[in-house]
Design a protein around this ligand. Structure first.
Ligand SMILES: C[S@@+](CC[C@H](N)C(=O)[O-])C[C@H]1O[C@@H](n2cnc3c(N)ncnc32)[C@H](O)[C@@H]1O
Length: 156
């Protein structure tokens, strides 16, 4: 079983974006034809339609059954499921080897939710082990921009 250090040394990349424009402009950079993508917080599927042509498979999910109902009506060719993004076990039960995860859950952009955002990313990285998680969170982007991983001169 992998330890936390092994998980964070080089497996999952975290990409923090601010606003929907940045969130969507990561798609051609981070999604490729082999990817199976989980999208959390898809609302009625606009970003799902942008991810779908770039990858092997995408499942758009949202906590709101109303949003998922509308997404299914608008884009019957795409796969949508109701899912609470904080329920990582339910995401695991989708039973797909997700290689990329997109997360845009209302409320994750404020500083008050920074700890929740980090905990959520950590849970997905640990349980689903995707290559990358792309999240829309202006607070995380600002925080990450000021983070520097100290490298001890003894280890170089
Ligand atoms: C800003 S909208 C997403 C817009 C969408 N990503 C797009 O690009 O068109 C945020 C969505 O998060 C959903 N949401 C809120 N809490 C959630 C949760 N715990 N799990 C999954 N979705 C959630 C809301 O229902 C809403 O549809």
């Amino acid at each position: 079983m992998a330890t936390h250090n092994q998980i964070f040394e080089g497996y999952t990349d975290f990409i923090a974006t601010r606003g929907v424009k940045e969130y969507r402009e990561t798609i051609p950079v981070w999604v490729n034809a082999e990817d199976i993508v989980l999208e959390i917080g898809c609302e009625w599927g606009t970003t799902t339609t942008l991810i779908a042509p770039q990858c092997k498979k995408v499942i758009g999910t949202d906590i709101s059954s109303k949003c998922i109902g509308r997404a299914r009506e608008m884009y019957p060719e795409l796969h949508f499921e109701v899912l609470d993004g904080f329920d990582v076990r339910a995401a695991l039960e989708l039973d797909e080897p997700f290689s990329k995860i997109y997360i845009d859950i209302s409320g994750l952009s404020g500083y008050n939710s920074l700890l929740d955002t980090i905990a959520l990313l950590t849970s997905y990285a640990t349980v689903l082990r995707p290559e990358a998680i792309i999240v829309k969170s202006g607070a995380l982007k600002r925080f990450a921009g000021h983070c520097n991983a100290w490298r001890s001169p003894d280890n170089q």
